[in-house]
Design a protein around this ligand. Structure first.
Ligand code: ATP
Length: 225
């Protein structure tokens, strides 16, 4: 089966600053993959390359078997960034209206209530996005990804701004989605939140990815998270 993500021998530098060296990554359909790494190791850079926001100096990146130079597969992708919530905050709508706008954009007609329930935002449905907390805005971002029925969900620090209880239900939800064939790639410094749910952990170090055995992942040095 064609991998969902296939990156081959990626070299990337910001001018003279080399960040990634001959990096390879293959992610199969239905996998929940976690990438860890110390601050500045290049995790966000790698995500930006996978999203097609940056181009490697050498190497190839394919999504769903297509070179991202030709097709970035936006229709299949949902990206929840570290600060997606701060950009939502400036959007002058309520939670419910944001969901309706998103559905209209996707040409979909569905009942809103189950989506609000899934992310526990029923009580906040009529609040303005500007009135939500960081964690609640993170839930809005997840809800929009669920509505899109994305085949690949990429999350940067998904549990950083949310409480432990929602972190658990978020990870359960993501795991459930992978069992239905969705693929999830996330970057985190909170390995404890994801370890129970992840299929693999890769550590970004010295510009490339190394597999971390799940049994050993708990003991990964703090500086690598
Ligand atoms: N636009 C840029 N121009 C120059 N250097 C950059 C740029 N963005 C990032 N860098 C550098 O590239 C390296 C990797 O940064 P990146 O943000 O990818 O790391 P990260 O692993 O996501 O870090 P963190 O865990 O702190 O979010 C860092 O040394 C950073 O200073």
């Amino acid at each position: 089966m064609v991998p969902v993500i296939s990156a081959e021998k990626i070299d990337f530098a910001y001018e003279s600053k080399t960040v990634l060296k001959q990096l390879c990554l293959t992610v199969k359909k239905g996998e929940l993959l976690t990438i860890i790494g110390a601050n500045g190791s290049g995790k966000s850079t790698l995500l930006n390359l996978l999203l097609g926001n940056l181009s490697p100096q050498s190497g190839t990146i394919e999504l769903f078997g297509d070179d991202i130079c030709k097709d970035r597969h936006y229709r299949d992708l949902a990206y929840i960034s570290q600060n997606s919530f701060s950009s939502y905050r400036n959007f002058p709508t309520t939670v419910k209206e944001a969901l309706k706008i998103h559905l209209a954009y996707l040409h979909k007609k569905v009942d809103l209530q189950p989506y609000l329930q899934q992310v526990d935002l029923v009580e906040q449905a009529n609040l303005q996005l500007s009135q939500l907390s960081g964690g609640q805005l993170q839930k809005v971002a997840l809800m929009l990804a669920l509505v899109k029925e994305a085949k690949l969900i990429i999350l940067d620090e998904p549990t950083a701004a949310i409480d432990r209880c929602f972190a658990k239900s978020l990870m359960q939800k993501l795991k459930e989605l992978t069992l239905q064939g969705c693929t999830v790639l996330l970057v985190t410094h909170n390995l404890t939140d994801v370890l129970e749910y992840t299929d693999r952990v890769l550590r970004l170090k010295n510009g490339s990815l190394q597999e971390v055995a799940l049994a050993k992942a708990q003991n990964v040095e703090e500086s690598d998270l």
